[in-house]
Design a protein around this ligand. Structure first.
Ligand code: FAD
Length: 384
């Protein structure tokens, strides 16, 4: 039996919160630090419901802590893509065989559920409003800003997991070590979240069990269903150029563009202008780095080690799979954390790189090729 450790997790996002449950299950004492306030008490996204596609590899990790079925009950199966052409005609493309689906789930709902599950665990303690500012990897010393007092706090860590997302400060400290490989690349596209509200009777205004796509060549809009009858739409659009976030400046510009490009969606989006002009533009980044660990002291996990663009719907799923793989390795663990970390990063890195590249390629497929008659014919021949 390996020694019980005092473990620090930086970041109480989806991956950090789930990881805390797995580590506590193995008897470790876990302290989890999060720069934001407790999301269950404050509406961090201004009340917007933002959803994610949860797939098999994500469900497998939830199964490991016994909440797969509970999450499935508050998720909406999407059996395929529903394509909307410029005339508003619909074409449905199933994702897999009969009964296979990906699921739309609320990001905040899932994160809060993981916190609700982990917080009562006597081995897990959450520390909100604590932002990692600096990390001395060699001495295991973290400096955090306490956003409640405004002061700085020093933290001595024993074993640190960096689950602090795409702009990880734990990774930032690793980048200062010798021969560290790091790359980040941004797409020339950003994204903006918009909403199709529920029907008057609380139902869904579009087919509920589908991921909707409006492919338009070099840009697109997608929509995923929410439990309350609404859809969260995401417009993926160039930052600059003749048709871009930059070119749409007024309500009229916006309405003309939408009426021409997404005519069947416009009547379903009564708050289009308000959403469009008040919601921020998000950037789309791929982060690759190596190694993911530092001696026997720290390991990156989730987006901190492999942030991918969202077009394969696999960022969170891959982060959850990190946890499944780590947990399998902990099964026959001899207490040597350094070699465990090395084995883990060597196993996961090729998969993380593959999903990163596939995700960028799938943007081209989703925004363009899915509307191409040759693509549709090929899918028909393949029986998909
Ligand atoms: P995060 O969710 O980023 O969590 C990191 C946490 O660390 C946050 O709570 C943050 O506040 C905290 N933190 C950051 N810095 C510090 C610090 N210095 N100190 C303390 N705390 C800190 N994935 C899917 O699987 N399916 C999808 O359909 C999907 N859709 C997406 C759509 C969009 C538009 C985007 C942008 C991403 C999408 N993803 C999707 C990817 C998914 O959101 C991420 O892969 C996932 O959130 C990664 O989880 P994480 O816990 O590693 O990081």
């Amino acid at each position: 039996m390996a020694e019980r450790k005092n473990i620090t997790i930086m970041g109480a996002g989806l991956v950090g919160s789930l990881l805390s449950l797995y580590l506590a299950k193995r008897g470790h004492k876990v302290d989890i630090y999060e720069r934001r306030p407790d999301m269950r008490k404050t509406l961090l996204d201004g009340g917007r419901s933002i959803n994610l596609a949860l797939s098999d590899r994500g469900f497998r990790a939830l199964r490991g802590i016994g909440i797969e079925e509970a999450v499935r009950k508050v998720a909406i199966p999407m059996h395929g893509r529903m394509m909307h052409d410029e005339q508003g005609n619909l074409t449905f493309q199933p994702y897999g065989k009969e009964g296979q689906s990906i699921y739309s789930v609320s990001r905040a709902g899932l994160n809060a559920a993981l916190m609700d599950l982990s917080e009562p665990n006597p081995h897990i303690t959450y520390h909100f409003n604590r932002q990692l500012l600096d990390l001395d990897l060699h001495r295991n010393k973290a400096t955090l800003r306490n956003h409640e007092t405004g002061g700085l706090e020093e933290l001595q860590t024993e074993l640190l997991f960096g689950a602090d997302g795409a702009f990880s400060m734990v990774r930032n400290a690793m980048q200062k070590t010798e021969r560290y490989n790091y790359s980040q690349s941004y797409l020339e596209y950003g994204y903006k979240e918009l909403t199709i509200p529920a029907a008057a009777d609380g139902g869904w205004l579009l087919e509920k069990n589908a991921l909707h796509i409006w492919p338009r060549g070099n840009y697109m809009m997608i929509a995923l269903p929410n439990l309350d009858g609404s859809f969260t739409c995401t417009l993926f659009f160039p930052y600059e150029g003749a048709l871009s976030f930059e070119s749409i400046k007024t309500d009229d510009d916006l309405l003309n563009f939408f009426l021409q490009t997404f005519p069947d969606a416009v009547p379903l989006m009564p708050n289009l202008a308000e959403d469009y002009f008040s919601n921020p533009i998000g950037s789309l980044v791929t982060v690759k780095c190596f190694p993911w660990s530092y001696e026997d002291k720290a390991l990156l996990i989730g987006d901190a080690s492999h942030a991918v663009v969202p077009f394969y719907g696999q960022g969170m799923n891959a982060g959850f799979e990190d946890i499944t793989v780590l947990d399998q390795m902990l099964e026959n663990f001899n207490g040597d954390w350094e070699s465990l970390f090395k084995r883990f990063e060597r196993k996961r890195k090729p998969d993380a790189d593959a999903i990163a590249d596939l995700a960028v390629m799938n943007f081209i497929e989703m925004r363009d090729k899915v509307a191409d008659p040759r693509f549709l014919l090929r899918k028909k021949i393949e029986g998909k």
